[in-house]
Write a protein that binds this ligand. Structure first.
Ligand SMILES: Cc1cc2nc3c(=O)[nH]c(=O)nc-3n(C[C@H](O)[C@H](O)[C@H](O)COP(=O)(O)O)c2cc1C
Length: 370
């Protein structure tokens, strides 16, 4: 767990990945605050940081306060983040996220449409630019031109990521966002070449991966999936073949890694692990737990090369050092996950600061481990 690992062209100091986590602190232009430079630098002890979900184009945004990577100003702050993480010996991939049907007209540019593989509305509430919750809109089915435009958007944003000095990108094909919406039968009702069969449902994600790999090199590209996941009103049942097909096709490109969210181990997970040709990353957080005792056996038994850990990294910027030395872990405060400015963001102390006044002035934490 705490030994180095070669990931594509970069060496990671250890096998612990900070999982991607949306923090909604960017401004209305999708520009990260300066505090984000500290936030990521504080967490550079992770072998790899995967950033919060980031829109590759303005039309890909689905929540207020998520950052973009499609303008020069956005890119400039990402460059500062990359420099700060590298200066502390860390590595960082930017997660590119197009939210598809999980969005609202107030979050995308005037005239942009909310698109998805098919016109299937999510039965949930989405957020508006000013933070209200309203019923999700019915998305428009993507045309071939829309598909080409989104593919190009991912590729050009990935080029910006590399230009900013980030080590690579992770394509977000999990948790009910656009790429997952193509993979899952409940949201993909298409009858053209992008639907109907496992190969059809996988096609769009394969095309995005190929385009991004051609632009920046496959060894700078990771991809995150959540087979069977129900988050965001998804119906992804009986769909193992699509994931097997997807992994086989993109595996030929030899991307840096495949990152799977797993609630319980199934034959599909074993197949993916056994057939995936490069680094395999597992996140068992929501069900299996993300403490050292939960994740160390995953690496020891070979169920994955790397494990990703989410919430513990919010409240323990120096998580790997705490694990290494057996220091206690601080609990996280859910109330500041998505709000709060620098509170709950950059004010969780590292262990050596965590005694005396720093600890006693910290806010009351909830939802926590020990
Ligand atoms: C505040 C928060 C924001 C998240 N945002 C994202 C995201 O932007 N992209 C993503 O793929 N997963 C996201 N996730 C899921 C995490 O990457 C991870 O899978 C989850 O937290 C479970 O792992 P854990 O139990 O170690 O926290 C988010 C989770 C949390 C708690």
């Amino acid at each position: 767990m705490l030994d180095p690992w070669q990931l594509g062209r970069v060496e990671l100091a250890n096998r612990v990945v900070m999982a991607p986590m949306t923090r909604n602190r960017a401004d209305e232009h999708g520009v990260l605050p300066e505090a984000a430079v500290d936030y990521y630098a504080q967490r550079a002890g992770a072998g790899l940081i995967v950033t919060e979900g980031t829109q590759p184009t303005a039309a890909a945004q689905g929540y207020p306060g998520t950052p973009g990577l499609h303008t020069d100003v956005q890119q400039a702050v990402w460059a500062e983040v990359a420099d700060a993480v590298h200066a502390r010996g860390g590595r960082i991939f930017c997660q590119l996220m197009h939210t598809g049907r999980i969005s609202h007209a107030s979050l995308v540019p005037p005239g942009a449409r909310i698109v998805a593989p098919s016109a299937v509305r999510a039965d949930l509430e989405v957020q508006t630019a000013d933070g209200r919750s309203v019923p999700a809109p019915e998305p428009e089915e993507m045309t071939p031109d829309d598909i080409a435009e989104v593919v190009e958007g991912f590729a050009s944003s990935a080029a910006r990521a590399v230009a900013a000095g980030l080590d690579g990108v992770e394509l977000h094909a999990a948790n009910g966002y656009l790429l997952h919406q193509f993979l899952a039968p409940g949201t993909n009702r298409r009858t053209d070449a992008y639907g109907r069969t496992p190969a059809g449902r996988a096609r769009f994600v394969v095309e995005v991966t190929r385009a991004v790999a051609e632009r920046i090199g496959a060894d700078r590209v990771g991809i995150r999936i959540s087979p069977g996941g129900q988050f965001n009103d998804m119906d992804d049942r009986d769909n193992d073949e699509t994931y097997v097909r997807l992994a086989a096709e993109i595996g030929e490109l030899r991307p840096a890694y495949l990152h799977t969210l797993r609630r319980r181990s199934t034959p599909l997970h074993r197949t993916l692990r056994e057939t995936w040709p490069t680094t395999y990353v597992l996140n068992t957080g929501y069900n299996g737990g993300s403490e050292l005792d939960d994740v160390a056996p995953i690496v020891a038994e070979g169920a994955a090369h790397l494990v990703s850990v989410g919430r513990l990294f919010i409240s323990n910027p120096d998580l790997v050092e705490r694990w290494r030395h057996g220091h206690p872990r601080a609990a996280w405060d859910e109330d500041t996950f998505y709000t709060g400015g620098e509170r709950g963001y950059t004010d969780y102390p590292a262990w050596h600061e965590a005694d005396g006044s720093a600890a006693s002035s910290a806010p009351t934490r909830r939802g926590a481990p020990a």
